[in-house]
Write a protein that binds this ligand. Structure first.
Ligand SMILES: Nc1ncnc2c1ncn2[C@@H]1O[C@H](COP(=O)(O)OP(=O)(O)O)[C@@H](O)[C@H]1O
Ligand SMILES: [Mg+2]
Length: 428
């Protein structure tokens, strides 16, 4: 504040005492504000506490905060501190942000610079909307305004007005600009926290519906098996038992015919059930395209950026390996979404020709990594059914499986699945 008040230079000790006291108060208030920002919290409450503090400290008698609305076409009153009067009227709470209207609040938002209005009556638009308060406003003298700044953007304005006997100076602008910066950051943080909370809710909703779909499908399969194949087998058992006690060759012949019919029907039912359980994308598009589709969908519902890479030299895989690979990626990404807190994940699918001479040796590999909190099987011996399921599926076809922490943090799941020569399916 040096130089701002050269004319006020005086040898009065009281003057310096007052100045010192004021600086202490300013410092205390800025540190108080910084503390509030670090704690986070409700933006409405932060606005009103900050405004009240600033108005009191600056010995004002009126203050307000306007925030720029979403479309950036209007500003709205976010908080007011008008200790001796009724709340502001409707007409003063929503204002069109128009360059042509030369209001001080607009100027501050558009230029990003604080200013002093010697007489609040210069703000004609404000005065018009406050006509009913003329008596109170008559007591106002000078006002100081500063922008609320957030990452190179002015998101609003804070104003403090004082009674006639208190004139504002340059140092008051500096003070209020500092407050505006801190408050801007606080509002920005609150916005980020709100976004985060919303996407967390969105994510847990998506996971719940995913679980629901799986559960419904499981129930359907168990019901079909129970009602179809289960009942058919029970009936076959009864008929076979009756057959044991039958001696009439003609009857035996009839019953065997009936049993053959029942068996082939049941077989057909089981076939159609298993084909309905096949992953339809896999059958239609092949593994790389089906994985790409699934990853895109997971990325959309989780908001996690998931990269997908496929090596060259793709060869067709047996249907069993296709679906094991698909299920592993499904479980791996679900785990990343559920447990890792990662912002980024990557899935690599690679096809290897290990030896070309007969019998050719081939392998397909998967790498699923994330930049999250990390996890190893050694330190966390409790395996869930997801990881056990992966181990079992991989083990059943003599593949290998590793779950390890990454150097820079996060987790990597590596899978290698051997492909027997001549095992590939021709029809994809
Ligand atoms: N990508 C990952 N990042 C961090 N932790 C993980 C990750 N994947 C798995 N985990 C941990 O391993 C545990 C077991 O996983 P899983 O067998 O899939 O069971 P579930 O997902 O049902 O808990 C999880 O509960 C979690 O603690
Ligand atoms: Mg899991």
């Amino acid at each position: 504040m040096a130089g701002a008040d050269m004319e006020a230079l005086t040898w009065e000790p009281d003057y310096y005492k007052n100045q010192l006291e004021r600086s202490w108060q300013e410092l205390a208030m800025l540190s108080h504000l910084a503390e509030m920002v670090s704690l986070g919290g409700d933006s409405k409450e932060t606005n009103s506490i900050v405004l009240k503090k600033v108005v009191d400290l600056m010995k004002g008698n009126f203050g307000y905060i306007y925030l720029v609305d979403k479309g950036e076409r209007t500003i709205s009153l976010a908080s007011e501190y008008f200790p001796h009067a009724k709340p502001l009227p409707e007409s003063a709470t929503n204002v069109v942000l128009d360059e042509k209207i030369n209001r001080p609040v607009h100027q501050v938002i558009l230029t990003g610079k604080g200013m002093i209005i010697d007489n609040i009556w210069e703000d004609h638009a404000l005065m018009e909307s406050l006509a009913a308060y003329a008596d109170t406003i008559k007591q106002f003298g000078s006002s100081v305004l500063a922008p609320l700044r957030m990452v190179n953007k002015n998101i609003g304005v804070i104003c403090v007005s004082a009674p006639k006997e208190r004139m504002f100076h340059r140092e008051d602008i500096l003070m209020l600009e500092a407050v505006g910066c801190i408050l801007g950051v606080a509002l920005y943080n609150t916005g980020l926290i709100d976004d985060l909370r919303r996407s967390k809710e969105h994510l847990s909703g998506a996971l719940r519906s995913l679980d629901h779909i799986r559960e419904t499908e499981r129930k359907r399969v168990s019901r079909e098996l129970h009602d179809g194949a289960g009942q058919a087998l029970t009936s076959m058992l009864l008929q076979l038992k009756a057959l044991q006690e039958e001696s009439d060759v003609e009857v035996i012949h009839d019953r065997i015919n009936g049993l053959r019919f029942l068996t082939s029907n049941t077989l057909e039912e089981i076939r159609s059930l298993t084909s309905s359980l096949r992953i339809s994308n896999l059958v239609k598009d092949g593994l790389p395209a089906a994985l790409r589709k699934m990853i895109k969908e997971f990325s959309r519902i989780s908001g996690i950026n998931i990269l997908f890479e496929v090596s060259e030299n793709i060869f067709p895989l047996p249907e069993e390996i296709d679906s094991i690979a698909y299920r592993i990626v499904q479980e791996g990404i679900t785990n990343i979404i559920r447990h890792s807190k990662a912002s980024f994940a990557a899935v690599k699918l690679y096809y290897l020709h290990i030896a070309t001479e007969f019998p050719a040796q081939k392998e397909v590999g998967l790498e699923i990594c994330d930049n999250g909190v990390g996890f190893t099987l050694e330190e966390n011996k409790v395996k869930g059914s997801g990881i056990i399921g992966i181990e079992e599926r991989v083990g059943a076809i003599n593949g290998s499986f590793a779950l390890m922490p990454m150097e820079k943090g996060g987790t990597k799941l590596s899978i290698r699945l051997p492909v027997q020569d001549g095992q590939e399916q021709g029809d994809g």
